[in-house]
Write a protein that binds this ligand. Structure first.
Ligand code: FPP
Length: 272
């Protein structure tokens, strides 16, 4: 939460962060940004490299985007690092992705701690190789008391699986009489998702020139703004991240209401 901390600690509401993009309104950055990191394989193949080289280069983008997210005071950054469908990729690619994740978590932990970042994960961790799972659980445990940006790794994650897992636990609780299906509402259902305390993503970014949501956070992105980037993930760095925030700040979020209603609501909040 660097940008906000910076402002509140100096009590100077309008002072911009020194290296912030001049057109980004620091008071209107998305609280939660979720990213579908796509295009590693194509980035590598286009350069005559093997696919895994793209994943390795993608790590540098992960680092840079996490740093940028922190600088802009983003509260939650969710990264789609490994989908449940990715288990069907060639064994050597799955093994390299697991190895990279492990290595990344171990090597970045000190910096995350220094910045009070909190690592979390969503997905079916029980399918991860034991050493990868240990690295994830260790990072989660070590950082759980931190109050900085939450970095959520979606691992062995599928949006439909998350909803089914929630429904299963809900059905069990209903059987035990802990929940009444007749009075269940959306808020009650959310409590069964993997990370119910997180705000829904305000902005969903997808790289790699594709235009689909690929089973990512299906429940949570109901009202997210979507930014599609023409970059392959290894090319997506701080300036592309800033472009996505600027794109977000140009949108009018209506949540199913009309523009007039949104303006009236803003006037009311401002006491006009
Ligand atoms: C999609 O590219 C990307 C992934 C399957 C995983 C993303 C992984 C990383 C960025 C590296 C490891 C992650 C962390 C968090 C340390 P793709 O292979 O589907 O690309 P393609 O569409 O060009 O084939």
């Amino acid at each position: 939460m660097a940008a906000r901390v910076f402002r509140s600690s100096l009590m100077l509401e309008t002072m911009p962060k020194p290296n912030a993009h001049p057109e980004i309104d620091l008071d209107r950055v998305p609280r939660h940004i979720a990213i579908i990191m796509d295009g590693n394989g194509r980035w590598a193949l286009e350069r005559g490299l093997e696919r895994n080289a793209g994943h390795r280069e993608g790590i540098e983008s992960v680092r840079e985007v996490i740093r940028a997210g922190r600088d802009y005071g983003i509260e939650v950054l969710t990264l789609y690092a490994f989908s449940i469908e990715n288990w069907s990729r060639p064994k050597s690619e799955v093994a390299e992705l697991m190895r990279l994740l492990e290595e990344y978590l171990e090597s970045e932990l000190a910096e995350v701690m220094e910045n009070r970042g909190r690592v979390r994960s969503i997905g079916r961790l029980d399918r991860l190789p034991p050493s990868t799972r240990r690295a994830v659980e260790n990072a989660v445990r070590e950082t759980e008391g931190n109050d900085g940006m939450q970095i959520v790794f979606a691992l062995s994650y599928g949006g439909r699986t998350e909803i089914v897992d929630a429904a299963r636990r809900l059905a069990r609780d209903a059987e035990l009489g802990k929940v009444d299906p007749e009075t269940l509402d959306e808020k009650g259902f959310v409590a069964y998702l993997y990370a119910p305390d997180l705000p829904d993503p305000d902005l969903l970014i997808r790289t790699g020139c594709e235009q689909r949501v690929s089973n990512f956070l299906l429940w949570q992105i109901a009202y997210s703004e979507i930014h599609l980037s023409g970059c392959m993930w290894p090319e997506f760095r701080r300036s592309e991240f800033e472009t996505a925030i600027l794109d977000f700040q140009r949108r009018e979020r209506r949540f199913g209401l009309t523009s007039a209603q949104i303006r009236a609501g803003a006037d009311e909040t401002a006491g006009r």
